[in-house]
Design a protein around this ligand. Structure first.
Ligand code: COA
Length: 176
C-alpha cells in the first residue's frame, strides 16, 4: 500500500476529510454541513494543525488539533466535569486532539496510531487531551494504549446524543 502521512491543508481539503469522517464516525449530510463550518473556523485558531494519510491520491485518514484555550467552546463544556473530578488543571498547557478518523477500509493497520503520535510529537505542550464517546470502542482502546486516562466520564455535549469521556495523556505519547 502506497500510504503517506504528512501535513494536510484542512481548509482546502475539508470536504475530503468530512467524507472520511462521515463513513468512519457515521455523519449525515446535515451534520457534515455543520461540521464544515466548525472545521473551517478551527483552522483559523492559533496553533491549529492537521495531518492526513493518503493512499495513492485518496485521503483515507486525518487528525487535527490545537493548543487548548479555556475560552474555546469545547473547553467550556468539559471544564465543570473536570473541575468536579479535580482534573481541570489538564486544560492548561494542553494540546487538544479535536478529530481523528480513518476510513473503515483502512482501519487496524496502524494509521490512527501514526496520525495521533506524529501530530502530538510536534506539540510544545507537556500533555494532550481529547474527548471520545464513552463506550468500549477501538478509539478508546487506542487512546488507552497511548497513555490517555479518563479525566471525566459521562460528559454531555449539547446536541450530542451519546455521553463522552474526556481523556488526558502526558506527551510524548507512550510507545509500544
Ligand atoms: C479510532 C480510529 C481512528 C483508529 O484508527 P486505526 O487506524 O484503525 O487505528 P490503528 O490501527 O492505528 O490502531 C488500532 C488500535 O486501536 C485499538 N483497537 C482497534 N480495534 C479495536 C477493537 N475492536 N477493540 C478495541 N480496541 C481496538 C487497539 O488499541 C489497536 O491497537 P493495536 O495496534 O495494539 O492492536 C478508527 O477506528 C476510526 O476512525 N474509528 C471511527 C471514528 C472514531 O471513532 N474516531 C475517534 C473519535 S474520538
Amino acid at each position: 500500500m502506497d500510504l503517506v502521512i504528512g501535513p494536510l491543508d484542512l481548509s482546502t481539503h475539508v470536504d475530503e476529510a468530512l467524507a472520511v469522517q462521515a463513513v468512519a464516525f457515521g455523519l449525515g449530510q446535515d451534520e457534515v454541513a455543520v461540521r464544515r463550518h466548525i472545521v473551517l473556523r478551527h483552522m483559523t485558531y492559533p496553533g491549529a494543525r492537521a495531518l492526513g494519510a493518503t493512499a495513492g491520491r485518496h485521503l483515507v485518514g486525518f487528525v487535527y488539533g490545537m493548543p487548548n484555550d479555556r475560552a474555546h467552546w469545547w473547553s467550556t463544556v468539559v471544564e465543570p466535569y473536570l473541575r468536579a473530578q479535580g482534573t481541570d488543571a489538564w486544560l492548561d498547557d494542553a494540546f487538544v486532539i479535536t478529530e481523528l478518523h480513518v476510513h473503515p477500509d483502512y482501519q487496524n493497520r496502524g494509521i490512527g496510531r501514526a496520525l495521533i503520535t506524529t501530530l502530538t510529537d510536534a506539540a510544545t505542550q507537556p500533555r494532550s487531551i481529547l474527548s471520545a464517546v464513552d463506550t468500549d470502542s477501538p478509539a478508546r482502546g487506542l487512546y488507552r494504549s497511548l497513555g490517555y486516562q479518563d479525566l471525566a466520564r459521562q460528559v454531555h455535549f449539547p446536541s450530542a446524543p451519546k455521553p463522552y469521556a474526556v481523556m488526558g495523556a502526558p506527551l510524548p505519547l507512550r510507545r509500544r
